[in-house]
Design a protein around this ligand. Structure first.
Ligand SMILES: *[C@@H]1O[C@H](CO)[C@@H](O)[C@H](O)[C@H]1NC(C)=O
Length: 306
């Protein structure tokens, strides 16, 4: 202990200026902290409260709200003890205060907050309805139509059985092994999602994707592809270096050359889809300023305010 103290003292003596500097900064920090809390305590009722109320409706920060008797004991226990601006959020939906019964059980935190935040009954009901739709998976479609199909629209069309080679794969864009669920359809879905126009199953559990159509010279009789698929016993999944190839139905990707404006063609027009929420208005203005061009399109989604 003595040794420690002695070393500490010696260190302080040796680095006097550094020590004084450090202490000054520390005192300044304490001063700032005290000042901050003094402000927040004094002006919370007038200044902070409206802001908080707007931003998180279920922030129970004012004693006046309590007095009006609009909250029960549980809610009251969530109320900040007058000290600072620490706030707890009540994530329980008070059904008896809704004045209507929701079509489903509302459980998500965000949904409950939004419903509590809404001022009118109609608005609460609207949010409730949307939440219920979302919970049963009917708010958004599960699948979107595919606009990238090739002209022949031949998703799933079989090209037949082909001879494959170890060092020269017919489909060389992707390769995966699926011991449990390889099948023409599953492999095709995988290749389609990755934008490959061709998919192929081989050696029972292998799935290949590729961009180039296999040459007709490699075609074999169907009987050469005779291994069963682990994911579909009714289908053949190639064989030993033989592969069943299918169209995924997607167009071969052809990159477009951007028009730099110097040419005679029409300028490129970009559609921007912006989903905005929160209150970062200045940020949005800045963003628009950066991306704005009179030739482009801007679709801006903003949540209903009700
Ligand atoms: C919510 O759904 C209920 C029942 O399906 C319907 O009666 C009501 O009009 C809807 N409310 C709103 C605001 O959409």
């Amino acid at each position: 202990m003595v040794i420690v103290r002695n070393t500490a003292l010696r260190w302080i003596r040796r680095n006097k200026i550094l020590f004084i500097f450090g202490i000054t900064i520390l005192l300044f920090q304490i001063f700032l902290t005290m000042k901050f809390f003094a402000i927040s305590k004094n002006s919370r009722e007038q200044k902070w409260q409206p802001v908080l109320e707007k931003s998180i409706n279920t922030v129970f920060s004012g004693a006046d709200r309590l007095k009006s008797g609009s909250f029960d004991d549980e809610a009251a226990s969530n109320i900040v003890q007058n000290k600072d601006i620490k706030v707890k959020i009540n994530t329980h939906l008070k059904l008896e205060k809704l004045e209507f019964s929701p079509n489903c059980k509302i459980s998500g935190r965000e949904a409950v907050l939004a419903i509590n935040r809404a001022k009118t009954r109609k608005c609460k009901q609207l949010i409730t309805n949307v939440t219920c739709l979302s919970l049963i998976g009917e708010l958004y479609p599960e699948k979107l139509p595919n606009f990238c199909l090739d002209e022949r629209n031949n998703f799933g069309k079989s090209l037949g059985c082909f001879k494959d080679e170890k060092d020269f794969r017919l489909l060389s864009g992707f390769y995966g092994v699926f011991n449990k669920d390889n099948s023409p359809v599953n492999c095709m879905k995988l290749c389609l999602q990755s934008g490959f126009p061709f998919s192929g199953v081989e050696y029972s559990n292998e799935c290949f994707c590729g961009t180039d159509e296999p040459s007709i010279g490699k075609k074999l009789p169907d009987s050469s592809c005779n291994m069963k698929c682990p994911g579909d016993v009714h289908k053949a999944c190639g064989g030993y270096f033989t592969i069943n190839i299918y169209h995924t139905g997607i167009k071969k990707f052809v990159p477009q050359i951007a028009n730099t404006g110097s040419g005679t063609g029409k300028p490129v027009r970009i559609v921007f889809l912006l989903t905005l929420n929160g209150r970062a208005l200045r940020q949005i203005k800045r963003l628009l300023k950066m991306i704005y061009d009179k030739n482009h399109f801007y679709y801006i989604h903003i949540d209903v305010i009700c």
